[in-house]
Ligand binder design. Structure first.
Ligand code: 5AD
Length: 337
């Protein structure tokens, strides 16, 4: 799909918009099927040395409690995921250093890989040198999530005092070259972006040909320098869904999750995303005691719940059933998915 078509579809309104959503849903059905892969997220540390202007975990933010789950606690959380038989993948996410040292993560990956051979392991802990990604791959990491956040290098630099877009893209290339299933993605509507930026974001995903693409609306966090800024599409929230629909058409075979931020930005946002191009669901299974301390943005869903609460693994089946979509592979299925 060319950039002109992407840019023009991002302007769709009225009957054209309904047609766009229907087309995206059809592309998702043909390329990915109706089954929804469930990938359970464990937020294992909220420590971070970066100061990204939008994120509640930024180093300068006085988060009430900085935590890191112990390896034992993480293994217990993974064991619960494995036992539930709903998710085929665990996603381990944390801030960037200094929560866990790289070697500690390597050891953790080895343990999880040894104990739970049927689960796929996704890691998401930011920019690292290629050798570190290589060591993690060797220790059992199957996938890595690293959003590029915006394709506009100047905007990236304004939002991220600690790194450049070029560095981030190099990390993504390293991961792909190492044979790691790689997920990129971006926020929708960061202050300073235009619909042109959004089109470029989608084109960059297409150029990388990512295995997974995670996108979600920017949500102003009052505890950050962008707390008073509005989402660039606050007056036109359909844009969040145009983005996911066009992303699907431009990347028909990619795994595209209905991310948590869709629920925070729009009522039933994740359900709508699953009907407009997304195919993956990522419930939060972080133990209850840690969840409230992993606030990237306000109104993040499931903060009061525990792993089995409505928005954790327990609610997933019900939620997908209501959409008429089975869990991919089905319970007890041993395929990594
Ligand atoms: N609004 C929306 N998404 C956010 N993220 C971080 N802060 C916010 C926010 N205020 C997203 C970033 C990051 C992912 C883990 O969370 O895209 O890559």
């Amino acid at each position: 799909m060319g950039r002109d078509e992407v840019a023009s579809l991002l302007q769709a309104r009225g009957p054209d918009l309904a047609a766009l959503y229907a087309r995206a849903d059809e592309a998702r059905r043909i390329c990915c099927g109706d089954g929804v892969p469930v990938r359970a997220i464990i937020e294992f540390s909220n420590m971070c040395s970066n100061d990204c202007l939008y994120c509640g975990l930024r180093a300068s933010n006085a988060v009430p409690r900085r935590y890191r789950m112990t390896p034992e606690e993480i293994l217990q959380a993974v064991a619960r995921v494995a036992a539930a038989g709903v998710a085929g993948t665990v996603v381990l996410q944390a801030g960037e250093t200094p929560g866990y040292r790289d070697e500690e993560i390597t050891a953790l990956l080895r343990q999880i890989r040894g104990k739970f051979p049927a689960l796929a392991i996704t890691l998401s802990v930011g920019n690292r040198p290629r050798e570190v990604y290589a060591a993690w791959r060797e220790a059992g990491m199957d996938r890595y999530l690293l959003r590029f956040e915006t394709a506009d290098a100047d905007l990236f630099a304004r939002l991220h005092p600690d790194g450049s877009l070029a560095d981030r893209l190099q990390c993504l290339r390293d991961l792909q070259e190492l044979g790691v299933q790689t997920g990129g993605g971006f926020m929708i509507g960061v202050p300073g972006e235009t619909v042109e930026t959004l089109a470029d974001n989608i084109m960059l995903c297409q150029a990388f040909d990512f295995d997974m693409i995670g996108i979600g609306p920017f949500i102003p966090n009052p505890d950050t320098p962008l707390g008073a800024a509005a989402n660039a599409y606050a007056a036109d929230p359909d844009m969040f869904f145009r983005a996911i629909a066009v992303l699907r058409l431009a990347n028909p075979a990619a795994h595209i999750p209905a991310t948590t931020a869709f629920d925070a930005a729009f009522p039933n946002g994740r359900d709508l995303a699953l009907q407009r191009g997304a195919n993956v669901f990522m419930p939060n299974v972080t133990p209850g005691a840690c969840r409230k301390d992993y606030q990237l943005y306000p109104k993040k869903p499931c903060v009061d719940g525990d792993a089995d609460a409505e928005d954790g693994l327990g609610g997933v089946r019900k939620r997908l059933q209501a959409l008429g979509r089975p869990i991919a592979g089905g319970p007890g299925h041993s395929l990594k998915r």
